[in-house]
Design a protein around this ligand. Structure first.
Ligand code: SF4
Length: 433
């Protein structure tokens, strides 16, 4: 992807969605609490399919081109990018709150963005070459037609109705839309409940909270028969097929492990094709072991941190410990399955030297297969305040951490999506699950 010749100009919004650049100011990026200078090599063009947000009550911070001084821009409000899937942010949007009571930002990622020579640029990397969620690849008319056809074919399947009407047609969920286009990774939400209380949970926020969840949580418990009814065909007929438990519109799938186990058994009676994956908080290693025995191929464990105190301050777990995450990964690797970390990237926290050391240990202890470097969808100030962080430590830089980990653990795959079975088999050969 093309890089700019120099650091882009700062951009601001007039508050009614008109975005301008300030030719006198270079943009800065945010790391932890600080506005920092960036280099041209940090940038890529804003990926197609990304969104730009104006950040109410927040003034952007840049560097004066003449003096080099850190300067507040009071011409408009700060702007941030929510990048298209497959891209990882290196720096956050840099701003200061103009009003003390500026509203908490909703649960999206707030990547820095600037403008140069007629293009927007973001400090980011394309972390995954997979095109499975490329925005332009979705034909919504075909999705709607397929929703109608499949629901007519399986009229009693509540799960199909949920992922059709709710996920594919209301929330435009890429996984659900891909399922209805008969390709790639298909979603299987299963759990209305959770055993954690994440501050930034996207499927449930308490009424008294200042933000709303971005999705409504599943309200029923599907049966193994409902799951098998649509996933078997998908595994048999889709290109690079994966079926994935654990979605953004539910709680924790491991709480439904018996149903999941029964559905995996049923699926595998009919086909050995494709991959069966679970996206989870990794809280129940014993349940993970049962699922591996039934035929689970891969796991993706989500976390904001591999440091216990940072994890627990955010996840607020009920009746499980941080150590369960590593145990769940180890169990899957013991069965020679594929184990990914869904690592929420927050510049200034993810690249803290203590976090880096903890990540090295986590990889060594668990024999992790992959890191999915995904952007943390959260208001940066709200997050740091809610987990009680008042100062950041020694910051290495997100890109540098990526490079250091790759150098030390060359076998670790980097990406954004769960890999299909072809990739898993290639990377885990010769012993296959
Ligand atoms: S583990 Fe997932 S569903 Fe549970 S509280 Fe956290 S984000 Fe929400």
């Amino acid at each position: 992807m093309a890089q700019p010749k120099r650091v882009p100009n700062l951009v601001y919004s007039d508050g009614s969605s008109i975005i301008c650049d300030d030719p006198n100011l270079l943009m800065s990026g945010r790391s932890g609490f600080d506005a920092v200078a960036l280099e041209a090599a940090d940038f890529i063009e804003l990926p197609e399919g990304s969104d730009l947000f104006e950040l109410p009550g927040r003034l952007p911070i840049g560097f004066d081109k003449k003096t080099g001084a850190l300067t507040l821009c009071d011409k408009g409000v700060a702007v941030a990018a929510q990048m298209a899937p497959a891209h990882t942010q290196l720096y956050l949007s840099s701003y200061t709150k103009k009003e003390k009571d500026a509203p908490t930002l909703p649960l999206f990622a707030y990547t820095a963005v600037g403008w140069l020579d007629g293009k927007y640029y973001v400090p980011a990397v394309r972390i995954d070459a997979d095109i499975r969620q490329e925005p332009k690849s979705f034909d919504q008319e075909k999705v709607q037609e397929s929703v109608k056809n499949l629901i007519e074919k399986f009229p009693d399947n509540r799960l199909l109705q949920h992922i059709g009407y709710n996920c594919a047609m209301t929330y435009y969920c890429p996984a659900a839309r891909n399922f209805f286009l008969n390709r790639y990774e298909a979603p299987i939400p299963t759990s209305p409940a959770c055993n954690a209380n994440c501050i930034g949970c996207i499927s449930f926020q308490p009424e008294q909270e200042s933000i709303q969840s971005t999705q409504d949580r599943l309200t029923f418990k599907p049966t193994a028969a409902e799951i098998a009814e649509y996933t078997i065909d998908h595994l048999k007929s889709a290109p690079r097929p994966i079926v994935s438990f654990g979605q953004g519109c539910e709680g924790e799938p491991l709480l439904m492990w018996e149903t999941i186990r029964d559905s995996i058994r049923e699926i595998r009676k009919h086909t050995q094709l494709g991959s069966i994956n679970i996206n989870t908080n990794g809280s129940m290693p014993e349940a993970v072991e049962k699922l591996c025995k039934a035929g689970l191929n891969s796991i993706r464990v989500s976390t904001n941190s591999v440091r216990k105190h940072i994890y627990e301050a955010y996840y607020l777990p009920n009746n499980y410990s941080f150590e369960a995450l590593a145990e769940s990964v180890k169990v899957v690797r013991k069965f020679n399955g594929w184990a990914s970390l869904n690592y929420f990237v927050f510049p200034g926290m993810t690249d803290d030297s203590d976090e880096y050391e903890a990540l090295r240990k986590f990889i060594r202890v668990t024999d992790l297969s992959m890191i999915q470097w995904r952007n943390f969808n959260i208001d940066p100030d709200w997050y740091l305040e809610r987990i009680g962080v008042t100062d950041t430590g020694n910051i290495l830089g997100v890109k540098k951490v990526m490079d250091l980990i790759k150098k030390e653990f060359p076998h670790i795959t980097y990406g954004y999506f769960n890999p299909p079975i072809e990739v898993i088999k290639e990377k885990l050969k010769p012993a296959l699950i």
